[in-house]
Design a protein around this ligand. Structure first.
Ligand code: UD1
Length: 418
């Protein structure tokens, strides 16, 4: 098990090249088995979620090869429709495999998915949408068994804009017979990326990025070589780290409109933001003030995947902040760890009341989930003294080279094997 040892208080300066978006790359891996032709996903981040997804594809019989950052998937010989529980438990995104497995084999057997422990994360919306496309589903002993003669296009209405359900519906409908109209779709930029990827394979999908997506089923999809979008959550994490430490940092590769609310909140904190094309620069000087209120919402609202990092920043600002988590029930589990660093935060249900203490102090803390772990790193970078962040397995799920990138900006951070 590895840990970070961080000496806080260094200003951050410089430019960060962003990785491809985790939440885009994972569904693209799932989409790759929709064709028997070869698919190359370029600039794939070296994160363990990607390694896990590659392992899932191998279990199905696909040949998955890494050449540097490029991954080539050849699923011509894939014949298995079952995903073993050891892999689905590790990675929630394995649920996307339902749509592609059904499209490719007409059958799918998966154990209930895992992922970060941040709430109940039911998959009822996925399953009821698949039923609308002609899938019969039975659930027994923690397994979901899905079967369909053929998939047929349908009108589907999502009660809530679930990112994963929207992506699963796209994957299942893309080769279904006829037309699917999905209303109430999630509008996240990663869904636009999936649409672009599928269309590059010959699919007919339109409307991603709005709440109505239309999919005209096609008979076949071809191979593709594709470079995914950059990671807006990674970008946000670096901007929040720069805000907490002071300094001037530029992130390159993310369109400002993809993290508009975060930029607005950082300006409210007292940071200067310059955003042009795909370059965003933050300047943070002196003591920052708390945001009055941050409330997570589906896109284009404030992303739940930046909630913990924003809370860590607010903990060290002046004033009080109210942080409301609307998407996941238990996404404040990192708060007791921040409290060890001197944070004054009270959690009541889905709301955290933060009283900014000015400066946190170093402590030994444990990362219990991916974004909560990133929040602890931000807190440690801005704190006085030395901190250790234990158990990096969750952070490794979503951030490639976090230590090297932060060190490149001037942080004092070491990775130690224990
Ligand atoms: C995706 C992202 C995750 C992000 C989340 C919200 C990936 C790999 N993961 O997760 O990083 O935090 O979007 O932006 O892209 N829900 C149901 N029933 C369902 C599906 C979802 O009730 O069938 C609920 C969930 O419990 C949760 C909310 O809807 O409360 C949002 O979930 P969803 O948008 O589906 O998130 P994920 O796709 O799991």
């Amino acid at each position: 098990m590895d840990k970070y040892v961080i000496e806080g208080g260094r200003r951050l300066a410089g430019s960060v090249a962003l990785q491809s978006a985790k939440n885009s790359v994972l569904p693209l891996f799932a989409a790759s088995i929709l064709t028997e032709k070869r698919v190359t996903i370029r600039e794939t981040p070296a994160i363990t979620d990607v390694a896990c997804m590659a392992q899932i594809l191998r279990e199905l019989g696909a040949d998955v090869r890494f050449a540097g950052e490029n991954v080539t998937i050849d699923s011509a010989d894939a014949c298995c429709h079952e995903i073993p529980p050891s892999l689905t438990k590790e990675l929630r995104s394995s649920v996307f495999m339902l749509g592609s497995l059904l499209s490719r084999f007409g059958r799918a057997l998966i154990a209930y998915p895992g992922g970060c422990d941040i709430g109940l994360r039911p998959i009822d919306l996925h399953l009821s949408a698949l039923k609308r496309l002609g899938v019969s589903i039975s659930e027994r002993e923690g397994y979901i068994f899905c079967e369909c003669g053929k998939l047929c296009g349908a009108e589907i209405l999502l009660d809530f804009p679930s990112v994963g359900a929207t992506e699963n519906i796209l994957l299942a409908a893309v080769k279904a017979e006829g037309r699917t109209v999905l209303t109430g779709a999630a509008k996240e930029p990663e869904i636009v990326d999936l649409q672009n990827f599928l269309n590059a394979m010959g699919a007919k999908v339109s409307g991603a990025g709005t709440d109505v997506i239309e999919i005209e089923g096609v008979k076949e999809l071809r191979g593709v070589s594709y470079r995914p979008m950059k990671d807006r959550i990674e970008a946000g994490t670096f901007l929040l780290a720069a805000a907490a430490c002071g300094g001037e940092v530029q992130v390159v590769g993310v369109a400002p409109e993809n993290i508009r609310l975060l930029l607005h909140k950082l300006r409210e904190n007292g940071c200067k933001i310059h955003a042009k094309n795909d370059k965003i620069t933050i300047e943070s000087r002196g003591r920052l003030k708390c945001n009055r209120r941050i409330e997570t919402m589906p896109f284009p609202g404030f992303p739940t995947d930046l909630q913990a990092q924003a809370t860590a920043l607010n903990a060290s600002c002046a004033g009080c902040a109210l942080i409301v988590e609307n998407l996941f029930e238990t996404r404040f589990k990192y708060v007791p760890e921040l409290q060890k660093m001197g944070a004054d935060i009270e959690v009541r249900g889905r709301t955290a009341f933060v009283r900014g203490v000015g400066r946190l102090h170093g402590a030994s803390v444990t990362a219990g989930d991916l974004r909560g772990g990133a929040a602890l790193v931000i807190a440690a970078l801005g704190a006085e003294g030395v901190s250790e962040v234990l158990d990096l397995s969750h952070i490794d799920r979503g951030y490639a080279d976090l230590r090297a990138k932060l060190k490149g900006l001037g942080a004092d951070i070491r990775r130690v094997h224990i």
